[in-house]
Design a protein. Structure first.
Length: 251
């Protein structure tokens, strides 16, 4: 069944509608009317982006506005039982777009770009807002395609030191380090009965993390873990971690 995220404003809009109606406008309205060719009486699922889903029936449809009548509502069943925040050291080129798409698909709750010492890419002030808007759109589309019940925010970029301080406030924090030889991710994770509510993890850039950066993390109480015997690309590692978390706590 088609699924669409609806901004809170749409739920509040009551121009010519009763209290159980919602109006979708913009690209989503055009998609429903022109691409999907949906008609009055057909049903779809709406999500408020905060973890609640609604069954909805189309009451009126135009390319610029689709009016829907809300039926039953329920908590989304597609969200992980924990909140995992990805701190991703900024990769070069368009790799961050791949990282965001796959991390959202795999269950990340939020994504934070990080500027570490070996980051080749930089977010220039003049292009930063445009880039963040692009990333937010990718995250929204990935959430919609995957059936997520929550929108995944792309938060403002942080320095490496700032990221470590934020991570230290989580229930469980770690960084992924290819030279870690003692602790694997699977061994590090608590058992399901002791599942942490907030998980934070950091992925380094193409050149990896420096020894000094790993030491900084340990000084903040953030240990390093191994992702196994193979060295993963930076755009692959976060999806791998999120898949391990899902397997450990959800499956």
């Amino acid at each position: 069944m088609p699924r669409f995220f609806v901004d809170r404003e749409a739920f509040a809009e009551k121009k010519g509608c009763d209290e159980n109606s919602v109006v979708i406008r913009g690209e989503d309205a055009a998609h429903i009317a022109l691409s999907l060719r949906m008609a009055v009486g057909e049903t779809l699922v709406l999500s408020d982006g905060e973890g609640r889903d609604y069954d909805a029936v189309i009451a009126a449809v135009r390319p610029d506005a689709v009016t829907l009548s809300l039926r039953a509502s329920r908590p989304s069943r597609s969200e992980p039982p924990y909140e995992a925040t990805l701190y991703q050291c900024l990769p070069k080129g368009e790799k961050m777009e791949t990282v965001i798409q796959k991390a959202v698909e795999c269950g990340a709750a939020s994504i934070v770009p990080v500027l570490s010492s070996r980051c080749v890419a930089q977010l220039k002030a003049e292009s930063r807002e445009k880039k963040l808007l692009r990333w937010e759109k990718i995250a929204r589309e990935a959430a919609k395609q995957t059936g997520r019940g929550k929108l995944v925010p792309i938060l403002p970029p942080l320095s490496y030191a700032q990221a470590l301080r934020e991570m230290a406030d989580g229930d469980l924090s770690f960084l992924c380090y290819e030279s870690e030889e003692e602790t694997t991710l699977s061994a590090f994770l608590p058992e399901k009965e002791k599942m942490p509510g907030r998980i934070s993890f950091l992925i380094g850039p193409e050149g990896g993390l420096s020894d000094e950066e790993v030491l900084m993390a340990r000084q903040e109480g953030i240990p390093s873990v191994s992702l196994g015997k193979r060295i993963l690309r930076t755009e692959t590692a976060s999806g791998f971690v999120l898949a391990v978390l899902a397997g450990h706590y959800e499956l």
